[in-house]
Design a protein around this ligand. Structure first.
Ligand code: ATP
Length: 208
């Protein structure tokens, strides 16, 4: 045993992942590299409270695609922690983070998000508890301006727990990928080969 055991640094990366794409991979890689994360848990959300439409692909397919995406990096793991609830109620990030915190009480816990998600934080369930239970790694996304955070009204204490990574400039979006797949446009640059093959084999998103 080393004299000073290493504190595990765990990232939680939740999303609809409908489908998971290279933008997700780039975000997680940048966060894991910059903050020396040991593990990043990629967790598809059963029911996202802020998205009006239900996901296009089933949870099982999104989890299967996440497993394929995570094979790209040994630090990345697929997690079913946000599986759909039997009663149809939404999955809240605060519940998930508290569950991970209870399972890994000694770990440093980070929540990974893109700029668009973080700017919507006031609409999330329990924003104050969210900012207290984990540190936040917020990654830039084209068309979302992180310079104006006034609406979030973070306290100085909260501000120390939010870290901004502004070098990513990746315009990949799952919505756009789904539209292109429907029209039969190849997505080799946006999806990993394994995920692309899964989509084709399972005929997801009406891909031809
Ligand atoms: P959709 O276009 O259907 O809304 P999405 O591409 O935003 O989907 P999500 O699964 O909703 O994908 O995103 C999960 C997380 O990844 C969110 O925190 C989102 O902000 C972040 N994210 C997704 N794509 C990017 C990107 N290109 N750059 C930075 N962050 C991203």
């Amino acid at each position: 045993m080393p004299a000073y055991p290493h504190t595990m640094r765990i990232g939680y990366f939740g999303g609809t992942f409908d489908p998971p794409h290279r933008g997700h991979l780039a975000l997680a890689r940048l966060a894991a590299d910059t903050f020396a994360l040991d593990r990043v848990l990629f967790a598809p959300t059963g029911r996202q409270p802020l998205k009006e439409d239900a996901p296009h692909a089933e949870f099982a397919d999104r989890l299967a695609m996440i497993r394929l995406l995570c094979s790209a990096d040994p630090r990345f793991e697929a997690s079913d922690i946000d599986l759909p609830h039997a009663d149809g109620s939404p999955n809240y990030t605060i519940d998930t983070l508290e569950q991970i915190r209870a399972q890994e009480p000694a770990a440093e816990l980070f929540s990974l998000v893109g700029a668009d998600s973080f700017l919507a934080l006031p609409r999330w369930h329990e924003p104050e508890r969210l900012l207290a239970v984990a540190e936040w790694i917020v990654v830039s996304r084209p068309d979302y301006d992180l310079s104006d955070l006034r609406a979030l009204a973070l306290t100085p204490e909260q501000r120390t727990r939010v870290h901004f990574l502004t070098t990513l400039d990746d315009d990949t979006s799952a919505t756009e990928i789904r539209v292109r797949l429907r029209f039969g446009v190849t997505q080799a640059d946006r999806l990993t080969p394994e995920v692309l093959l899964y989509i084709a084999r399972m005929h997801l998103y009406h891909a031809s």
